[in-house]
Design a protein around this ligand. Structure first.
Ligand code: NIG
Ligand code: FE
Length: 412
């Protein structure tokens, strides 16, 4: 039995419960002063406040002094595309001259460029590169994340990406939840024949991935010039039939029905939602679907920002915020920057933001029972921040404020 005592916590701030929080509850966190947390074999055993200790220091195998700083649950990044070949810095001059994201994609660049490089890259090359990204994320306070395939667009490379994630999940401290996303772009040969490609996804790729337990969720890019709402429905119905959880990239550039479909199908989450309309918000609210909002992508694309205040206040949709780390629309994996943007651009409160980077994304990837809050019985996933409170974390920009990251009771 290994025990870790984290003592002298200035403020322990955390949402509570194993469910996603919506409306006013999104902004409800507990804040315990002068707290301590005892973790036994990776699981939180006791929490105390007001200077009390859950055990004698001499009884713990190791003790970490939090020096009266802020402690929160480990961050959960609910949306990434972290396995990819190459980079796409060559797109920036085109973007600066006015080329849009979809213009570049239609011309065979964008996602298709990354698909070519990902197909060419070896398993080991991609494994090492992704491991480097995970190390960086851990250092920034992320202890659990989601990761999508989607740069293969064929069985062989989609499976290669997911096998890399599976092996990394076994070997790296960060817990990774995988999502199958072969419907991420339409390759030239399938243009005008999208239904046929969707059939391949449904009949060949999804069953293989299910049988080999390579992913828990399926995602699709429902967007103008990519897949329409009807095609998305066929794809997601098959995914549901096979037992996958559902996710949709919806309303990123054009609102073509993705968010409405997400709510109707009770998807776990709908991602992006930059241009979501009232019908979309109504549907997400009714479906209990989490809005996975990606402010660093809005920033990087020079787009507007999703209407998060309306989502929380008027429609009571559970909101998560995530990095969307990918080589095109968001080459940043820094969830602390996402926190800054949630504060300044979405105008979320620090408490709502903490919920949006912990328990809400954890629930959207089926890990709410294990992580996302600091509570007895959950994994000992914590971050000690070089900050006295969440306000400071929301306000400071461009520095890494994660002092110590603890995953399952181990300092990592
Ligand atoms: O979520 N929008 C679609 N997919 C990714 C971008 C992928 C890429 O550009 O490589 C996103 O932003
Ligand atoms: Fe994405």
């Amino acid at each position: 039995m290994a025990t870790l005592l984290v003592k002298n916590i200035g403020v322990l701030q955390t949402p509570v419960g194993s469910y996603s929080h919506r409306g006013r509850a999104q902004g409800e966190n507990i804040k315990w002063n002068d707290a301590a947390v005892l973790i036994e074999d990776g699981i939180i055993k006791a929490i105390t406040k007001d200077g009390e200790l859950p055990c004698k220091e001499s009884q713990a195998d190791s003790v970490i002094d939090a020096e009266y700083k802020l402690v929160t649950p480990g961050l959960v990044d609910g949306h990434t595309h972290m396995v990819f070949g190459g980079y796409r810095q060559n797109e920036i001059p085109l973007k600066l001259k006015g080329a849009g994201y979809l213009d570049i994609l239609r011309a065979g660049g964008g996602i298709m460029d990354t698909v070519r490089k990902t197909r060419e890259a070896s398993f080991d090359e991609l494994y090492d590169k992704t491991q480097g990204f995970l190390d960086e994320m851990l250092g920034l306070g992320v202890t659990t994340c989601e990761a999508k395939s989607g740069y293969g667009l064929n069985l062989e490379t989609e499976v290669k990406m997911l096998e890399i994630l599976k092996k990394l999940n076994e070997n790296h401290p960060i817990d990774i939840v995988s999502t199958l996303m072969p419907a991420h772009a339409v390759e030239e040969q399938w243009k005008g024949k999208e239904e046929e490609y969707i059939r391949i996804c449904c009949e060949e790729i999804m069953p293989y991935v299910k049988e080999h337990e390579l992913a828990e969720f399926c995602d699709i890019f429902t967007e103008d010039s990519v897949f329409n709402a009807e095609q998305s429905k066929v794809y997601l119905e098959k995914a549901r039939e096979l037992g996958f959880g559902l996710k949709i990239h919806a309303d990123e550039i054009e609102a073509i029905g993705g968010s409405v479909l997400a709510g109707q199908m009770k998807a776990a989450s709908a991602e992006h939602l930059i241009v979501i309309d009232e019908a979309g918000m109504e549907s997400l609210s009714e479906g209990g679907t989490t809005a996975m909002c990606l402010p660093a992508t809005s920033f990087y694309l020079g787009a507007t920002f999703a209407p998060v205040r309306r989502m929380i206040d008027e429609f009571e949709i559970p909101v998560a915020i995530a990095s969307d780390f990918n080589p095109g629309s968001c080459p940043s994996l820094n969830l602390q920057f996402v926190i800054n943007l949630g504060y300044l651009k979405y105008k979320m409160t620090p408490e709502e933001i903490l919920t949006a980077v912990t328990i809400n994304p954890a629930c959207a990837i089926n890990r709410g029972h294990l992580t996302g809050t600091v509570e007895i019985g959950k994994q000992g996933d914590l971050v000690i921040w070089d900050a006295p409170d969440m306000e400071m974390l929301c306000y400071r920009l461009g520095s890494n404020l994660a002092l110590k990251t603890i995953k399952k009771g181990i300092l990592v």
